[in-house]
Design a protein around this ligand. Structure first.
Ligand code: ADP
Ligand code: F6P
Length: 471
């Protein structure tokens, strides 16, 4: 077994087995923030990524991707139900996102979550060199840091939570709250998207474990665990390179033409998830059409909603509701050859997404709660000419950075309608000033800056930052 000095452990690998039918291997990026962000850093790094390759049964043998080795972890059908669809995505995910959907507490899921976390920890321990750094990602694997520390006390262990970490009044609902907290505290550094999350974590460590804790450190079992906020970002250079490619520029023009050369294009790009506020957005847009503020011939809305977690009941119900509503809106307000909403329930390549971002006049990103939301940052990075408006939910982590967006509370449908209109009617100079400020911020806070900040906090010798090329 080949070993690495840096091991990343995430629920998913960034590539799955059916992407290589002829033995050749290509990145097949998941439509999700984690894979998008880590891809940029790890593709050229001699590290090992431990994760699930999708599907059930025996893990496929995957080839290396450049210098990066992939170590698949297999899941059975029962694992998938109890660990991924169950505890991770029906208990933790809704609870951590302000319980916008009722979390399900099903007792037998816990044991599967624990067993699968142990499998990831075992796999990471196997591929980690003596004294290696292991970087564990997200809510699926909260028990892994402690399991790893028990298996391999020699390791330097990092944990990063990509989603919100909730306030005590929500976290306290979890039947296994102590184990989950202790699991994360196996790490040397626990990173969050926002300072508020580190604050929530400290409060819980004091309350549940009686630990001495500040927003920067938690003292536990004779060790000091460091905590902090490291807001994740995007590969700005990749997006810039994409939007200046002639084929992408002409694809964007073609898209506008295919949409009927409207005066305005509104765009939303989300995983089909109840946290993304798609239904609130559709209600707002439909009322603007009803009240005559928006006319189908002038304005077109494009909603990309890529399928996600399709076997989970709440996601199936959401899809039915959204598709019913899009059908109703198009039936009521569309014309022959001129739908009010173009609804695309499919994955897109990076170049296609870049072309879509270039085509939009108003990007509408209105999650009810989101750890960060990279789509908002991708849109800003894609606007090389400095045009375009961003309507952004106050409840997305990115709102703390993209302060010049048209910020909105998506629960307030009247406020959302009013903000959409303001963004649509804003004058060019106002939009250009806002976009310039957001682009300046992003230029200084891209994915490399995030990785450098986290990895140098984890390892102050600078070895990890050098290894990953982010130093
Ligand atoms: P989340 O992590 O909750 O999915 P983010 O907005 O942080 O939300 O990240 C979503 C990522 O998935 C972005 O990098 C975005 O470009 C990508 N993505 C979204 N929709 C699609 C799609 N239809 N096809 C391919 N990639 C997508
Ligand atoms: O960003 C949160 C997250 O759960 C990531 O961990 C994941 O890559 C993304 O959303 C997509 O979700 P899934 O892996 O369930 O398709």
């Amino acid at each position: 077994m080949r070993q690495s000095s840096l091991v990343v452990v995430a629920n998913r690998l960034p590539l799955d087995d059916n992407a290589a039918p002829d033995g050749a291997c290509e990145w097949r990026r998941n439509p999700g923030g984690l894979a998008s962000a880590l891809h940029a850093i790890l593709a050229p790094t001699p590290a090992t990524w431990v994760g699930w390759a999708g599907g059930v049964g025996r893990a496929p043998a995957l080839p290396d991707v450049g210098s990066l080795r992939l170590r698949p972890v297999s899941l059975t059908e029962d694992d998938l139900r109890g660990y991924y669809e169950g505890f991770a995505n029906s208990t933790l995910w809704p609870l951590y996102h302000d319980a916008v959907q009722q979390p399900v507490f099903q007792r037998d899921w816990w044991e599967t979550y624990r067993t699968v976390n142990q499998r990831f920890a075992d796999a990471a321990a196997e591929v980690a060199e003596e004294g290696a750094a292991v970087w564990v990602q997200d809510y699926h694997l909260q028990l892994v840091p402690r399991m790893l520390r028990d298996l391999r006390p020699d390791l330097l262990i990092g944990f990063f939570m990509h989603v919100p970490f909730p306030p005590p009044e929500l976290f306290m609902q979890l039947p296994r709250r102590v184990e989950l907290l202790r699991g994360m505290l196996g790490a040397d550094l626990v990173g969050f998207q926002r300072e508020q999350a580190a604050h929530n974590f400290a409060q819980l460590a004091r309350k549940l474990l009686g630990a001495e804790a500040t927003d920067q450190t938690v003292a536990i079992d004779g060790r000091t665990v460091r905590t902090g906020a490291f807001p994740i970002s995007i590969d700005v250079a990749e997006m810039r390179a994409l939007v200046t490619r002639p084929d992408v520029v002409s694809q964007a023009k073609q898209l506008r033409h295919d949409l009927g050369q409207p005066k305005r294009v509104l765009l939303s790009v989300d995983r089909l998830d109840y946290t993304k506020g798609i239904e609130h957005r559709l209600t707002a847009y439909s009322e603007l059409l009803r009240d005559g503020y928006v006319k189908v011939r002038d304005t077109v809305m494009v909603q990309v909603a890529v399928p996600s977690r399709e076997r989970v009941e709440s996601y199936q119900e959401l899809r039915d509701r959204i598709e019913g509503e899009v059908g109703r809106i198009n039936g009521e307000y569309g014309r022959v050859g001129e739908p009010a909403i173009h609804y695309l329930n499919q994955p897109f390549g990076r170049a296609q997404l870049a072309a879509l971002y270039q085509t939009a006049d108003v990007m509408v990103v209105t999650p009810l709660r989101d750890g960060m939301n990279l789509v908002a940052k991708e849109f800003v990075a894609a606007r090389e000419d400095g045009s375009g408006a961003l309507v952004l939910s106050e409840f997305a982590g990115s709102a703390a950075e993209l302060e010049q967006a048209f910020l909105v509370n998506p629960h307030d449908v009247d406020g959302l309608k009013e903000t959409l209109l303001r963004a649509m009617q804003a004058d060019r100079a106002d939009l250009a000033a806002r976009m310039a400020a957001m682009r300046r911020h992003l230029a200084g806070h891209d994915i490399l800056v995030w990785a450098r900040a986290y990895l140098s906090a984890l390892d102050d010798t600078g070895h990890l930052a050098t290894l990953t090329g982010v130093a």
